[in-house]
Design a protein around this ligand. Sequence first.
Ligand SMILES: Cc1cc2nc3c(=O)[nH]c(=O)nc-3n(C[C@H](O)[C@H](O)[C@H](O)COP(=O)(O)OP(=O)(O)OC[C@H]3O[C@@H](n4cnc5c(N)ncnc54)[C@H](O)[C@@H]3O)c2cc1C
Length: 395
Amino acid sequence: MNVQDSQLSAFRAEAREWLDKNFPKSLAHRGDEYFDIAPRYPEGEDWAAWRKAMCSKGWGTPTWPTEYGGGGLTRQQTLILRDELEKIGGFIPLTGIAVSMFGPTLLEYGTAEQKQRHIPPICRGETIWCQGYSEPGAGSDLASLKTRAEDIGDNFLVNGQKIWTSGSMHAHWCFCLVRTDTSHKHEGISFLLIDMKSPGVEVRPITLISGKQSFAEVFFTDVKVPKENLVGGLREGWTIAKRLMQFEREGIGARRMTVGELRPLDEVAREYIGTDAEGRIADLDLRARIVRHQMWERAHRLTVARVADEAKTGPSEATSVLKNAASHALQTRGEMLTEIMGFQGIGWDGDDYTQTEKDSMKQMLQNKAHSIYGGTYEVQANIISKRILGMLDHQ
Ligand SMILES: Cc1cc2nc3c(=O)[nH]c(=O)nc-3n(C[C@H](O)[C@H](O)[C@H](O)COP(=O)(O)OP(=O)(O)OC[C@H]3O[C@@H](n4cnc5c(N)ncnc54)[C@H](O)[C@@H]3O)c2cc1C
């Protein structure tokens, strides 16, 4: 065994021992409950204890520098940590936009002061961030955004509107794309950090058909933002925005597959459809489709792990492939689950359905959004064709 291998096996032993001592067994295989665009952590002593233990160790954000409260782990150590977590049904107890998108971007582009101010509270799971990108007239064509930030000396004066801003009702801060120059489209955009408590910020939640409110419209009226909250240079926002979207797609492309095993479809099918004399799922066509889907899921998981392992400088354009593959896997799984459960799979409320059955219908509908947020399926296909396959762009 060479030096590096022996160091890695020592790390594996250390991680296993530490997890054994600190991971509450009651949370095994419950990482899925953590998944949310905006972190609303489940309540309870074990959840809080697990988050505290992991954050104190820096393993809530394992690859981030220790000077800001991260774990300072290498890619290989992080893979080992995830592997050991998976073995015990564990998971990293920090989630949300701050961890998956904003933090890594600020670490690349922020000043020392900005990092010192914003990264440690994220590592401790204390601050909630929201993403102020989309506007009523700027979705896929994001660079059409109109929210203005005018230079008024020590501050910018921000006026405009954002929409579909996930978790903004709970957010402490918003990273926001603003227009500081109207004479250039992409080059007129800057990246600004806005304290959601600033006078002039108004959040109007959008109510979904389910009655839930997960995103909102955010209005800025004469909001004063200190100049020290500008990330990167003036008019460099588009470059930073694109980098952040790579982190976003990496997170979305990998997330569902890495929060822990979902219940295998063949197991659900055995329960609802029954088995033939040889113990196989009784429906031949369904059996073939389940196998095809499980192969797809497995291939996706392996590809996510390989891309992460190969990425020396963080995420690349390949994240668009992973995002579309994940959308396909999730949406297919949701639809098949509903089909397998039959009438029991279309329950919404009431006592005739189990909680799992009711959740499966809501999850199936929620999965539809997976191919919209973070850039639509078609927008990813455009990126793949232009930037990965090198197909001609005549513009
Ligand atoms: C659950 C959810 C959460 C979200 N959270 C946030 C958030 O926190 N912050 C935020 O800023 N935004 C958020 N969004 C907004 C999201 O980023 C946008 O919805 C998305 O970028 C698409 O923009 P749009 O809705 O304006 O659709 P449009 O851009 O109007 O697109 C409409 C249709 O046209 C297609 N289309 C558009 N342009 C092209 C093209 N060039 N080639 C081929 N097809 C094209 C699209 O694929 C789509 O099917 C969220 C959306 C959802 C659903």
